[in-house]
Design a protein around this ligand. Sequence first.
Ligand code: CA
Length: 229
Amino acid sequence: MNKILIIEDEEAIAELEKDYLEISDFEVTIENDGEKGLKTALSGDFDLIILDLMLPGIDGYEICKQIRNQKNIPIIMVSAKKDDIDKIRGLGLGADDYMTKPFSPSELVARVKAHLSRYERLIGSNQKQNDIVEIRGIKIDKTARRVYVDGEEKVFTTKEFDLLTFLAENPNHVFTKDELFREIWDMDSVGDIATVTVHIKKIREKIEYDTSKPQYIETIWGVGYRFKV
Ligand code: CA
């Protein structure tokens, strides 16, 4: 049974959507504020998210951005203001669809079904040809952008994933922080080599047994980092 998360502060609307989706055999969870919604979206195992734009706590823009950093499941954004929908379309936040309220619940169900089947086809075709980098206990699935440490999946942000993958694909090569920053971040992005240090620290927390004695990403003092084979 597909699991749907509705993040919507107008409870009557959320309940109506839920009723229609349940009739169509979906399992539905509702969160009424932004903060809880984001937390549930990131920790739960949902197949699709229906996300309202204006929410108490964290708004729909930010929630969409943060979910996209970690998950590629379909997101349908809804708003009462058509102008807002036009604006967010332009921002390229990575939502899959946009609907202006009020909409008919059956239209919502139809779109949910369409996005789920498209997404399942996408996942299905990926499984045949995933590009995998494997070094000792670490398995990086480049196609699905997922990382497993000793068989257990760990969640990485986009840049953490890119940095880890780059180092793992070039093992035994020492890179300076400057080189890593230029490789992973856009030339015009905000930040500096300290960003690299922060990301290495976060990656180590996810892949190392003991971050004070790293087994994978070594610090070469005064130079930079190296992925040990
Ligand atoms: Ca709202």
